[in-house]
Design a protein. Structure first.
Lengths: 478, 200
């Protein structure tokens, strides 16, 4: 082998052959994943309890707001979109990484996604459900909502003489988010069907009946797998433009207005990159504890976790670029209102939020340029947690700092979240984690059928020898 | 207890009766042995209704069975296009039925770009639902009737099921030659004791 072709041989060995060192075979998958479900580490119950307490606290805060009215929240003229809309955008954004991992990386045939896709998809669903709560919370008199929301969109005008304005981005958002939730649920459930058949086949009595019912009587014939794979691919192909469109539509809620700081064409790609950044960081943040609680270290390998951090680094640089170009365009436009908002963001009363956002989203993730940082779980947990803090502040920054000061200095104001708003925000985290942990306990946290696909194939010993010899010959040729 | 409840439900017609399958299941350990078995079965005129079970979707098996493109995609296409139509239709119907003038923008044909978002989302929604429907139809699920033949088939074993063939029949011995480890009779063939066989 000459020195010039050595990198080629190495690339062939690393990339094409994908020699991820699995210590287990496919026979260990169902045993390893399902046995762990029965007896999680005690810390699981502690985490679940904490999440439940936070949810109860959020519910109490919402109860206070319902009882005493929207005045309990800090929103008032000129900032009518405060923490609630910040949370809405934040949680919708968290959901995006789930679809990125399950759909886009599926189309790119990134093998590592098979270990974390199930948790990412579950995260998407619970995050979008959490996001969906916030327009309701924000609407105030929530008991009035059935009057104008309950009939399906198509029936709206005929039932209550309400005429939704389909030219409005807010109406587009209703369509986008509900489509997103539906498609994510279908995608997630579709992946669960073969795994629930696996649980059915190793349980007895009522459990067998329930999981048999949930798995639709899946038998695992190759005909079924053939149609299933085709459907999965098509759904992934549909979900890919969907995930990019949903956060674009969310960003149009802002960008279609004439508010300085919002009215900018960079918003859709900027929002999508930010959403994926926060979502991937959240996936990592969720996978590490659950991997420990359910003893799944054999299946979710350091290589897979490192790949997550590489994506965090990539999207962080995109977000960094977007922050920079946003400032540049504000200056280059020559529009004094636009430029004024941006300068005030950096050095005005909300500068604290701005700099937290810059450091958490752009500076700290730069440590991932180093391999040791990407592979160090403690460092990565801290950085990914900070990324989520930063992304929350980014949304807060966008929503609030533009609204406080518009064209008329006479209507300028100040906004700070009230205790009720902070309580509901913490409650939303509790609510999200509560459902996520519930999911981890009763459904396989790793997609077992897809995990088997990336593990060494169950060739017979003779065939395995043949394959190894062919690979060796190819490496030698290179 | 649960079995009795289910039996009662079946007797009163509230649950569908379990279909009994008659035939022989041969269990394989290895992927390439199963591929060989599929190829051998395809060559036999008397075994065209064979069924193969796999723990996950190995493409080698699909190639061996000679599958092409799945027809699920037609469900996706037709439903997605009807979604596009429906999305634009509701926008235009609203515009026709109650033209809501906001910010000087006339609803209707002039506002077509604004309707692209609704049309797009409906395309994806209908296309996704259509894909799932297509998958359910072609996979023949939900399927409460057909019994589970062996609990290990969703774990790590492969299986080839020959309907209407006894464990002593010629095709079953061909499967054993290919590397079948275990033979199980079902339905009218289950009276013979299940045999443990040492494979090749």
């Amino acid at each position: 082998m000459s020195t010039t072709t050595e990198p080629l041989a190495k690339a062939y060995k690393d990339e094409i052959l994908d020699k991820t060192s699995w210590n287990v075979s496919i026979s260990a998958v169902n045993d390893g994943v399902l046995v762990a479900l029965r007896k999680p580490h005690p810390s699981f119950y502690v985490a679940w309890g904490v999440a439940l307490l936070a949810t109860i606290m959020g519910a109490i805060c919402w109860g206070i707001q319902i009882t005493y009215g929207l005045g309990m929240a800090g929103i008032n003229s000129p900032v009518y979109w405060g923490v609630y809309i910040t949370n809405f955008v934040f949680w919708v954004g968290i959901g995006h990484a789930g679809t990125l991992i399950s759909a886009i990386l599926f189309l790119f045939r990134a093998k590592w996604r098979n270990t974390v896709n199930r948790s990412a998809e579950a995260m998407t669903i619970f995050a979008v459900i959490t996001a969906g709560l916030f327009p309701l919370i924000h609407a105030g008199r929530v008991w009035k909502i059935p009057l104008w929301m309950a009939p399906v969109v198509g029936a709206l005008p005929t039932t209550n003489n309400l005429w939704p304005n389909l030219l409005s981005p807010l109406m587009w958002d209703v369509f986008a988010i509900s489509t997103y939730l539906t498609i994510s649920l279908l995608f997630w459930y579709m992946g669960l069907v073969p795994d629930m058949a696996s649980i059915r086949d190793r349980s007895k009595g009522i459990k067998r009946f329930i999981y048999g019912f949930l798995s639709f009587g899946w038998r695992g014939t190759i005909k079924q797998w053939w149609h299933y794979e085709a459907g999965y691919g098509l759904l992934a192909a549909l979900a890919t433009p969907l995930v990019l469109s949903v956060h674009s539509v969310v960003s149009w809620d802002f960008a279609m207005s004439i508010q300085p700081g919002w009215h900018t064409t960079i918003f859709p790609p900027y929002f999508v990159a930010g959403a994926i950044l926060s979502g991937i960081a959240m996936v990592y943040f969720l996978v590490i504890p659950v991997r420990y609680m359910f003893r799944l270290e054999r299946f979710i390998l350091p290589d897979h976790l490192e790949a997550c951090n590489k994506l965090v680094l990539l999207t962080s640089t995109i977000v960094f670029y977007a922050y920079g170009i946003e400032f540049f365009v504000a200056w280059y436009s020559g529009n004094p209102y636009e430029w004024g908002v941006f300068v005030k963001r950096a050095i005005g009363p909300y500068a604290f939020y701005f700099w937290v956002m810059v450091f958490c989203n752009c500076i700290f993730p730069m440590i991932y340029w180093f391999k040791w940082a990407r592979r160090n779980i403690l460092i990565a947990m801290v950085v990914n947690c900070l990324v989520n803090v930063g992304m929350w502040f980014e949304r807060y920054n966008i929503v609030v700092s533009s609204l406080v000061e518009d064209f008329l200095p006479g209507s300028w104001g100040h906004y700070a979240p009230s205790l009720v708003e902070i309580g509901i925000t913490i409650g939303s985290f509790g609510w999200f984690f509560f459902w996520f942990f519930l999911f981890c306990k009763y459904f396989p946290f790793i997609s077992m059928s897809e995990l088997k696909l990336i593990m060494p194939k169950p060739w017979s010993p003779e065939k395995q020898k043949e394959i190894d010899a062919a690979e060796q010959a190819q490496v030698a040729r290179l | 207890m649960l079995d009795k409840v289910i039996e009662l439900l079946i007797r009163f017609g509230l649950l569908p009766e379990r279909a009994v399958q008659h035939g022989t299941l041969v269990i394989f350990d290895y992927l390439d042995h199963t591929c060989n078995a599929i190829e051998r079965m395809r060559q036999r005129a008397d075994c065209q209704d064979y069924e193969v079970f796999a723990p996950t979707s190995y493409h080698e098996l699909e190639h061996a069975a000679g599958f092409g493109y799945s027809p699920v995609r037609w469900f996706t296409l037709v439903m997605a296009l009807s979604g596009t139509f429906f999305g634009f239709l509701i926008c235009f119907l609203y515009a026709y039925d109650y033209p809501l003038m906001v910010g000087g923008k006339t609803p209707g044909l002039y506002s077509l770009p604004a309707y692209v978002v609704i049309g797009f989302e409906m395309t994806i929604l209908f296309g996704g639902v259509g894909t799932i429907l297509g998958m359910l139809v072609f996979c023949k699920i939900p399927n409460p009737k057909t019994p589970v033949l062996d609990d290990r088939l969703t774990d790590d074993k492969f299986g080839v099921f020959l309907p209407g063939k006894s464990p002593e029949s010629a095709p079953v011995s061909v499967l054993k030659e290919c590397g079948g480890k275990e033979v199980k009779g079902f339905g009218q063939f289950s009276t013979q004791a299940t045999k443990e066989e040492e494979g090749a």
